[in-house]
Design a protein around this ligand. Sequence first.
Ligand code: MG
Length: 450
Amino acid sequence: MTRIGGMGELFGTNGVRGIANEELTAEMALNLGRVIGTMRKGRIAVATDARISSQMLKCAVLAGITSVGSDAIDLAIAPTPSLQYYVKETNVSGGVIVTASHNPREYNGIKFVHSDGTEFTREMDEESERIYKSKEFRTARWNEVGQIFSGECNRLYIDGVKERVDVELIASRKFRVVVDCGNGAACFTSPQLLKELGCEVISINAHPDGSFPQRNPEPEEKNVGFLKEVVKQVSADLGVAHDGDADRATFVDEKGNFISEDVMLALMAKYYVKMNGGGKVVTPVSSSKCVENAVKEAGGEIVYTAVGSPVVVKVMKETNAVFGGEGNGGLIFPEFQLTRDGAMSAAKVLELMASEKKPISELVKDIPKYYTLKEKLPCKDKQKLLTGLKEEFPEANFTDGARVDYEDGWILIRPSGTEPIVRVFAEAKSPVRAEELLKNGMKSVEKILG
Ligand code: MG
C-alpha cells in the first residue's frame, strides 16, 4: 500500500496518496494546488475519480491554484488517461488528477501531470515537495486571483481512442462485450466508447459510487466474479474490468475465465511488435517471462526497468519503444499517449480479436503458461541485503532488487520502497519448480540478513 510519508516523503510513486481526511486533508490539497499553480503558470486542468472525498479535495486544489494566480479548468469526473489526453491535446500548462486509483474506498490521492500529458517525473515531484515544504508559493494580489472554468475531456478522449483503432473492422464483428466499470471513472467513457465501436454493450457497476458497493476498485481476479458470471450468462465475446481511475483494464474470455494480466501484456506486446515489424517493449523486472518470450518470438526486443509506471514511461520515451506496460493490467500505447490506458486497452484487444478472427481464449493459448509465486519477508537493512545479493548473484539484473534468470524460470528479490519488507517472486513453467525457486530465494535472503 502506498502511504503518505513512506520513507519520510510526501510524494510516492503515484503522487500523494493516503486515507482521505486523515492522511490527505483539504488543507494539504489546498497547498498542493498552490504548489502546481506556482510551478505552472497559465491554465491547469483538474479532474477527479468518483470517490466520496474527491469533490472536497478537488475544491481545495482549485482554490489553491487560483489563489496563486493561475487559472483552473474543472473537468469534473474523468479517468486519469482522459485527463492526461486533454492536457496533451490542449494548451494547458499542466494537470491534476484527484484519485486513489485501485486503492480501497477510504483512500484518495493527488497526482500532477506535465504539460505533455505524462505524469510528473521523480525530479518534478521532488521540486513539488520542496515548494510544498518551504511554502514558497507564488503570491497574487486581489485582482490577480485566477478564474475557474468548466470543461469536458471525456468526449475528446473517446474520439482520440477511436482515431487510433480500426473502428470499421471492430464494428464488422458485432462483438458482445460486458464492461465492469467498478462504479469508478470508467462509467463516463468505456461503455460509450464500446458502443461507438459497434459492440453490443452490457454494462455492470456503471453508475459512479465512491462507496464501491459491488467490488473493490482493484480489478484483480478475486474482485471480478460477477463479471465472469455475466459474461457466461449473456454469451459475451469479452469481459472488461477497470480500476477506479480506469488507467488499467483486466479481461475475461468468452468462457468466463479470467485472463492473467501478464498474459494479456504478452499478447498485446506481440501484436505491437508484429504490427511495427520489430521494436522495443518496455516492462518492469517483475513481469512474467511470457512477455519476454512473446516479444522475442515476434522479432522484438525487451527492455527491463524498475517497478512503477513513471519509470516505464520514461524508458519508453528514451528508447522510442513500440509498446510498454506492467503486469497488473496497465498497458501503454505510445502512438496514443505515454500513460497506462484502460479504455484504449479494451479497444485494442477488440481490434486484435477482429483482425485475427479468433475468440480471445484461442489467442491466449499462444502465450505459454508460467506459474508465479510471491512471498514477503521482514527486512530492516536494505543496503545489507543488496550488498549480499550482489555477492551471491553477481550475474543478476540489479535494475530493481536482484532478478536472477535461469533456463526454466527466474526469481526476483526486491526490497520494498515504503515498508520494512522484502518481496520474493519466483516464476517457472511448473508449479513444483516455481516453489523450489521461491524457497531458494527466501533462503538467500535469510542467509544474508542472518
Ligand atoms: Mg489506476
